[in-house]
Ligand binder design. Structure first.
Ligand SMILES: [Zn+2]
Length: 60
């Protein structure tokens, strides 16, 4: 057995805001477990998703 090709074997997650997969990044090395959004922008947009605010009252 040789080397395992771990070059393109980065973990990925799917951003719940834009529904796109995104790759592990070095800056997330310490907090990858907590990363949920692909970018700062999506992280802010998450409030649109489910904020449990005024809108989500009689919507469903
Ligand atoms: Zn996103």
């Amino acid at each position: 057995m040789g080397k395992t090709k771990s070059k393109s074997n980065l973990p990925t997650k799917i951003c719940p805001v834009c529904n796109r997969p995104f790759n592990w990044r070095k800056k997330w090395a310490n907090c990858w477990n907590e990363v949920k959004y692909c970018s700062e922008r999506c992280r802010r947009n998450r409030s649109f998703e489910k904020v449990g605010g005024m809108e989500a009252k009689s919507r469903r």
